[in-house]
Design a protein around this ligand. Structure first.
Ligand SMILES: Nc1ncnc2c1ncn2[C@@H]1O[C@H](COP(=O)(O)OP(=O)(O)O)[C@@H](O)[C@H]1O
Ligand SMILES: [Mg+2]
Length: 285
């Protein structure tokens, strides 16, 4: 018997995949999604979503997926450690706009190809949206290449929109003097915040409910502790809660208590995280 069977659960409630069936509509997610939709609809050329590791950026993209696919031709790049040339190549490849013989074309040729693609596609009324996840790994020259791409426009509108999604390091990159031209183009940039303590409890409850065991949601004195270790970051919540289930099982307990959380944290080598308030209760500046 594994620990999930012990709890009468079929599937891992706290798995670490951005699974849309487990999407929890937090306020932060809804707010960012709203601004992004607005920005896309009003034709902004460059949009950015920042967020710490594990706050749910990729999940948000998955969730926006069906909305985006209906309205846009999308190219979705997930591993952007690419030279400018390889980035152009990856975009065309994701659009299925390259034939085998064209795989060794130069950057200018690929650039031209994207332009041709846009002009050809535009009468269909669908704009092109290039989404780059983990965009903090894009080399500076490749970010600059994206700026050049976003110059493609008709008299009336941009032919292409670009959505960058990345960790806070992306912001530092974009603020480098060499990218100031790009920075001036960015009118929409949103930061995905972690869950509040109250939302975190609702999130835990939501996931347990999905597998039919909402009653396993721990009481406030226990969730408080979960919050101290995770500060509302979904990936950390999942890790800790998943391990806590295992710890409860190992101890033969049909519930999650403080000891389960403590043991889980120890086993994962997680320490309490500093929050917005300092140790002495003062708000951090
Ligand atoms: N709104 C949400 N609803 C449900 N699960 C979420 C949500 N946001 C994040 N998660 C979970 O947290 C984990 C990390 O999310 P992910 O999107 O990969 O973070 P990021 O891309 O910001 O590093 C995933 O396991 C995902 O299932
Ligand atoms: Mg991600």
């Amino acid at each position: 018997m594994n620990h999930l069977h012990f709890f009468g659960i079929q599937e891992e409630p706290f798995r670490l995949t951005p699974d849309r069936d487990f999407f929890f509509p937090s306020r932060a997610h809804a707010a960012v999604a709203e601004v992004i939709r607005y920005g896309l609809e009003s034709g902004e050329g460059f949009l950015i979503i920042y967020g710490e590791v594990g706050t749910g950026k990729t999940m948000l993209l998955r969730k926006l997926g069906s909305y985006l696919h209906n309205r846009y031709d999308t190219a979705y790049i997930i591993a952007p450690q690419l030279t400018p040339r390889d980035l152009l190549f990856a975009i065309l490849q994701d659009l299925n706009a390259l034939s085998r013989q064209e795989s060794d074309q130069s950057a200018p040729a690929l650039f031209q190809k994207i332009y041709d693609y846009l002009v050809r596609r535009n009468p269909a009324g669908k704009r092109l949206l290039v989404i780059i996840d983990e965009a903090q790994s894009l080399p500076e020259e490749s970010i600059e290449q994206l700026r050049l791409l976003s110059n493609f426009e008709t008299d009336k509108e941009k032919l292409m929109q670009i959505l960058l999604v990345g960790q806070p390091e992306l912001r530092e990159k974009i603020y480098r003097p060499s990218l100031r031209q790009l920075r001036q183009r960015i009118t929409i940039s949103e930061t995905l915040q972690p869950l509040s303590a109250a939302e975190m409890t609702a999130y835990i409850n939501f996931r347990l409910n999905r597998v039919g065991r909402a009653d396993l949601t721990p009481p406030a004195r226990v969730t408080k502790m979960v919050y101290r270790y995770t500060r509302g970051t979904p990936r950390l919540i999942n890790k800790l809660m998943s391990r806590a289930l295992l710890m409860s099982y190992a101890a033969g307990k049909q519930h999650i208590d403080k000891k389960s959380i403590k043991d889980a944290a120890t086993s994962l080598d997680m320490a309490p995280l500093a929050g917005f308030r300092g140790r002495f209760g003062r708000p951090a500046s």
